[in-house]
Ligand binder design. Structure first.
Ligand SMILES: O=C[C@H](O)[C@H](O)COP(=O)(O)O
Ligand SMILES: C=C(OP(=O)(O)O)C(=O)O
Length: 357
């Protein structure tokens, strides 16, 4: 008897493997209820072009993808966005700030998966509201004139958001995934592929080559019907160095090795350094040190360093996700630098780059 129970499949009638499904709006429905006005669509197209120009070396500004590790409070995110939008004109001759609006979080094991999945932060999983809040927030932030960046994790979520995105990350945990390479191959946004959590850079180079190719892949259309999606291939992708297994990979010899590997693979040299994650050994205080090193490399002539990423929120640090006890503007995922530090780092970076020959 006990042996039978122990080997019974989990999805039997006594213990179904999942709860009944809850219906969600289709991407088309959400896009119709939160449309992008033609002027905004044109602005987003221009932002994508500006990012492409930086990565291709036609524009010598530094791309700066900056903002919270994750969005859990849209109001705080909007407050952050207003500050960044006010700062942007002061540095726009040398930097192009793009705001991280990360509504999906990949987890090492388990944990809160982001605003799109669980906007009430309590495991209730109200994805209908999460998707709506995510799209509305991205539209508001784009409306402030800021280019929007996010990590696309669940390929089927992409059509709910992708018309609003100027820059997309494929994260360290999914760069090797064929599904994510297919997704990237059909995006209009610029895509950064991160090196693997192990530190392996080759998977990102493979991803860049794969995404540049046209693909046929399974997808859902705007009305939620399964379709065979045929992509054109996205040539506007690049490598993001984020360190691996607690070891940084942003220093000059590692950047030079990555650049040589890109060139040997026939790929363009433009790359980004993520100043957080393993490059900061998961200590937000170190992000400034990483940024200063990257700026030093740029000033020493390494123009392949086209972008940086910073994890930053209104207030520094992080907090446990305990609903009802949350401090305003503090990350509930990775620790971030606070706004004052962010502002100082960006103003100083622009100042240093103004001194460039
Ligand atoms: O950027 C955020 C985290 O590093 C990533 O989502 C993994 O988080 P976890 O290790 O806390 O699950
Ligand atoms: C999860 C992230 O990064 P990575 O994929 O490098 O871990 C992130 O930038 O939020």
């Amino acid at each position: 008897m006990t042996a039978t129970l122990a080997t019974a499949p989990l999805n039997d009638t006594a213990r179904p493997a999942s709860h009944p499904a809850r219906a969600l709006p289709t991407a088309g429905e959400l896009r119709r209820s939160l449309p992008v006005a033609p002027e905004l669509a044109t602005r987003i197209a221009d932002q994508r072009q500006a990012i492409r120009d930086i990565l291709a070396g036609r524009d010598d500004r530094l791309l700066v993808v900056v903002g919270p590790c994750s969005i859990h409070d849209p109001e705080a995110a909007l407050q952050y966005a207003r500050r960044l939008a006010a700062l942007a004109p002061q540095v726009s001759d040398r930097l192009l700030p793009v705001m991280r609006v990360y509504v999906e979080k990949p987890r090492t094991t388990v944990g809160w998966k982001g605003l799109a999945y669980d906007p009430d932060l309590d495991g209730s999983g109200d994805m209908a509201r999460g998707l709506e809040l995510s799209r509305a927030l991205m539209r508001d932030i784009a409306g402030l004139g800021l280019p929007v960046a996010t990590e696309l994790l669940q390929p089927m979520i992409a059509p709910y958001l992708d018309d609003l995105l100027a820059w997309v990350a494929i994260g360290a945990r999914t760069t090797e995934s064929q599904l994510h390479r297919e997704l990237a191959s059909g995006l209009s946004a610029v895509v950064g592929f991160k090196n693997a959590t192990s530190g392996d850079v080759q998977v990102a180079l493979d991803a860049i080559r794969s995404a540049a190719h046209p693909h046929h892949h399974f997808a859902l259309d705007a009305d939620g019907r399964p379709v065979m999606h045929e992509t054109r291939g996205n040539p506007h992708t690049h490598l993001v160095l984020r360190g691996g297994h607690g070891e940084p990979n942003y220093r000059a010899p590692q950047v030079a090795a990555a650049r040589r590997a890109l060139e040997a693979a026939g790929l363009r040299p433009g790359l980004m350094v993520d100043c957080s994650h393993a490059n900061a050994r998961k200590d937000h205080h170190r992000q400034g040190e990483v940024l200063r090193d990257v700026l030093g490399q740029r000033l020493a002539g390494d123009t392949s360093l086209a972008g940086v990423m910073l994890e930053s929120h209104l207030h520094e640090g992080k907090q446990p996700l305990v609903p009802g006890q949350l401090r305003h503007g503090v990350s509930v995922t990775d620790a971030c630098i606070g706004w004052e530090t962010t502002e100082r780092l960006l103003l100083t970076a622009a100042e240093r780059l103004r001194g460039m020959p």
